[in-house]
Write a new protein. Structure first.
Length: 438
């Protein structure tokens, strides 16, 4: 048995009424069109009858001509005027029907010629050299007039009655199709009425089940409302977590610094200092997170400003720095900002350590654009002495360079070394990643 949603059962009476209205409207329209076609056919039949009478009057006019010529009577003018009035009456009454508009223009020249020939043939008017020739021409003109009437009658048959008959035939087919559709609709209505009765019985049973389920859901919702945290409570809790993570990372930094006090080797101290800077970069992310109003979107410019300031303090840079900073990414999530901060930390740390030896000034470049969804485009580096060899970039043999490539990969980017003075890196989104997002 077919199953329909409850909403469909509620709508079907409206649909049924709409279908019934459509059937009635279409039927009334079909009857109106049929009556119009029948009226047109009746009018054209009356026109054919009038044309037939007009043809009979033409034959009668020929007889009147012969009588006047043989007996000298003068009936022709009166009969000709009557014929002309009859033709004009036909044109006025049936104007617009096929052939009617051309009836007078087709008929009048032949009648005018016949009238002139009749006057010439009358006895005592003027002697004719060849009366037979005059009579033959007269018969020719009357034949043309008769053909004009027949041509108009044929136009009524071909352009009027045939078209209306074809239209009536199509309308009869439409009426048959409408009748079949109405029968099918009646059967569908009968089936729907029976099915609706069964549905009502099932609905009453389900209503009882829904009532019980509704009470259970109400109780469950009440319990959930009592146990769920509000949005504000969640935000406060998440900010508290980020704050504690930041504090824990600060403790880790302090422990590393305590350990540094016991180390005298400069290389070892440098390694400890790099570790402290990396921990500081991560701590800054959590600090910016709990300070931000939107936990999912952390301002990038404020984070980078704090990061560079901490690095300058950590390396005690005595160089006059020019910062070429162009940040076109307003916010990032924690997942993107942590690897980005560590990457920037590694590159700028290397610049502070190696790029400006023996120099009084230097430029640090940081350009970021793009988006987290489409991929980030990063240009970062310095105008210092540059790398001694590019082999170390393409085949990383140090922790710092290995971190740079690894962090770029976490950002779905590909890190390359830009040709030119100093050491300049460029990270572009991987092409395959962009295709996947598209």
């Amino acid at each position: 048995m077919l199953r329909f949603p409850a909403s469909a059962w509620r709508k079907w009476p409206v649909l049924a009424a709409l279908l019934a209205f459509c059937f009635i409207t279409y039927g009334v329209n079909l009857m109106s069109r049929s009556r119009g076609e029948q009226a047109s056919i009746g009018r054209e039949v009356r026109l054919l009858d009038a044309l037939s009478r007009l043809g009979g009057e033409l034959h009668r006019l020929e007889v009147v001509h012969r009588v006047d010529v043989n007996s000298g009577q003068r009936q022709w003018p009166r009969e000709l005027d009557a014929l002309r009035r009859q033709s004009r009456s036909i044109c006025d009454e049936f104007r617009g029907l096929p052939g009617v508009d051309d009836l007078l223009s087709d008929l009048e020249p032949s009648l005018a010629q016949a009238d002139s020939l009749h006057d010439q043939a009358m006895p005592g008017v003027m002697p004719l050299a060849d009366p037979r020739s005059n009579e033959a021409v007269f018969q020719l003109m009357m034949g043309r007039a008769q053909k004009a009437v027949e041509r108009n009658a044929r136009a009524v048959h071909e352009k009027g009655l045939s078209a209306h008959s074809a239209t009536l035939s199509r309308q009869w087919n439409e009426a048959q199709a409408l009748l079949v559709a109405a029968c099918l609709l009646a059967l569908a209505m009968a089936w729907l009425v029976g099915a609706r009765g069964r549905l009502l019985a099932e609905s009453r049973e389900r209503a009882l089940q829904l009532e019980v389920t509704g009470r259970e859901l109400t109780e469950t919702n009440r319990v959930l409302r009592e146990t769920m945290l509000s949005k504000e409570e969640k935000e406060v809790m998440i900010k508290e977590i980020h704050h504690r993570v930041k504090n824990n990372l600060q403790i880790v930094k302090s422990l590393i610094r305590f350990q540094m006090d016991q180390v005298k080797d400069p290389k070892t101290l440098e390694l400890f200092n790099e570790c402290v800077n990396r921990v500081s970069a991560m701590a800054l992310v959590h600090e910016q997170t709990y300070l931000s109003k939107d936990l999912a979107n952390i301002p990038v410019d404020g984070y980078l400003d704090s990061l560079v300031r901490d690095l300058v303090h950590a390396y005690s840079v005595n160089v006059k720095l020019n910062m070429d900073v162009d940040i076109r990414v307003r916010t990032l999530s924690v997942d993107a900002l942590v690897p980005l901060g560590l990457l920037i930390n590694e590159v700028i740390s290397n610049s502070f350590k190696y790029a400006f030896e023996g120099r009084g000034t230097g430029t640090i470049t940081v350009h970021i654009n793009g988006s987290e969804q489409e991929g980030l485009h990063l240009i970062i580096g310095d105008d210092g002495v540059g790398l001694k060899s590019r082999d170390g970039f393409h085949r990383p043999n140090s922790l710092g360079m290995d971190l740079i490539h690894t962090l770029a990969g976490q950002l779905d980017g590909l890190m390359t070394l830009v040709d030119g003075p100093g050491t300049m890196y460029e990270m572009r989104p991987r092409p395959q990643q962009r295709r996947k997002r598209a």
